[in-house]
Design a protein around this ligand. Structure first.
Ligand code: ADP
Length: 403
């Protein structure tokens, strides 16, 4: 018998073994976990100290370490041992298998005697990367071991290809989202800026026409429209300015001690005086400790949430729950309106994001929640939303005692 006995297990390989390996790869969504499982599964059958998969990054054509695992002899000297990077580069360039065997030197350290096998991850004539197996001090790779290594290379190719596809899909999704946001921006600008301007100009011109004498009631109606449209313009411009200041870090916060419970009560008194039909319930059990924050900006956040509830959940009651814990104060604003569908929910805090459809018909810039999030984060707090269609939407704010 010429072969090292520990290499013999490779001869036990059956079709079931190959099936098991392919199944581990195919049935696990997490590719790292799948490779870990395969590495453990093959270890008793197939000797290796190090297993490395390099991926040829399609963006810059650098070789990225996709997966690396040191077992056996490599493990104790993980930081110092070779990972076959030079050979990996050669494999990629030639897109062919390379086997590097040391000249046996008796009494030399095993770590200095690596048998390195590099196999390209080949798909149609493209080399997606390479898989490297390293055995320190042998045994040499037998014919069967080479065959199994090629089988493992095919499995690794599938994983790397899947990874590449997923990365491409992510890039495309980002590009699509950017395009949508850009389109939103243009729509918002043309609608929210030009529309009110058109009204203002139209009614002002009408009022100025010398050949027509308008009665008092019509004059008041035209002036009311001009007044309302000017408010919308003012709101849009101040939202645009706030969002630009927040993005460039130029919004100055005037921090001071704030009692959030009394702040909320003041907001609600003011708010219901202007909107007598709105029902707002406040639940606050305990006397709250003050937080350090900017009262004007925090008021802006709460008012924005109330305005949104009124706009997108008209007629629905609103509930504000105030609580405190070790970290800070928690404000939970819930409306019992139509809710937000799960596909849109993760995006509502993005700049210029508006949910297509019904909400688009209502005036808005898609900046309100973005501004809320930036203000809350400037207080080192957080704001999140949860929603159920047909049931309502909840915004949860956590504001720490000290920003
Ligand atoms: P705007 O109200 O100017 O469109 P916001 O940033 O305040 O912008 O909100 C983003 C989007 O989130 C809105 O266009 C709306 O579709 C949705 N939205 C916000 N609040 C609610 C709510 N309480 N109920 C349902 N939808 C909401």
């Amino acid at each position: 018998m010429s072969q090292n006995t520990s290499n013999n297990r490779i001869d036990d390989i059956t079709v079931e073994t190959l099936y098991d390996i392919a199944n581990l790869i195919a049935s696990n969504n997490d590719w790292k976990a799948a490779l870990d499982e395969v590495a453990h599964y093959i270890r008793p059958i197939f000797i290796f100290d190090n297993l490395v998969i390099y991926r040829d990054n399609p963006e810059d054509h650098n070789l990225d370490v996709f997966y690396a695992r040191a077992m056996g002899r490599g493990r104790s000297a993980e930081a110092d041992i070779a990972w076959g990077e030079a050979l990996a580069n050669q494999v990629i360039v030639s897109c062919g298998t390379i086997l590097q065997e040391p000249t046996p030197e008796p009494n030399s350290d095993r770590l200095d005697q690596p048998y390195i096998l590099g196999i390209p991850l080949k798909l149609d004539h493209t080399c997606l990367g390479t898989i490297i197996f390293i055995r320190f001090g042998g045994p040499p790779f037998s014919k069967k071991a080479l065959q199994l290594a090629h089988f493992l290379a095919i499995q690794a190719t599938l994983l790397v290809q899947k990874f590449n596809f997923e990365a491409q899909i992510k890039d495309l999704q980002t590009a699509t989202r950017q395009a949508v946001l850009q389109e939103n921006f243009i729509n918002i600008m043309s609608h929210e800026l030009l529309h009110p301007l058109g009204f203002i100009k139209g009614y002002a011109t009408t009022l100025m026409r010398s050949e027509v004498e308008w009665d008092k009631e019509s004059q008041r109606e035209f002036l009311r429209i001009i007044d309302e449209e000017t408010d919308k313009l003012q709101e849009l411009i101040s939202n645009l300015l706030d969002s630009a200041r927040l993005q460039s870090g130029q919004m100055r916060m005037e921090f001071q001690f704030v009692r959030l419970d009394s702040m909320i009560h003041d907001i609600i008194t003011r708010y219901t005086a202007f909107n007598p039909n709105i029902k707002i319930e406040v639940l606050s059990k305990q006397k709250l400790l003050p937080i350090v924050g900017d009262p004007l900006r925090l008021t802006q956040v709460i008012e924005n949430l109330l305005n949104n509830a009124q706009k997108y959940a008209p007629g629905a009651p609103i509930r504000i729950k105030i609580d405190q814990n070790n970290q800070g104060v928690e404000l939970v604003v819930t409306d019992y309106g139509p809710g937000i569908s799960p596909e849109h929910l993760p995006h509502i805090f993005e700049r210029f994001y508006r949910i297509p459809g019904k909400a688009e018909e209502l005036h808005g810039s898609g900046l309100g929640l973005f501004i809320c999030k930036e203000i809350v984060e400037a207080h080192h707090g957080s704001i999140t939303a949860s929603s159920e269609l047909g049931k309502g939407t909840t915004f949860t704010l956590l504001l720490p005692y000290q920003p």
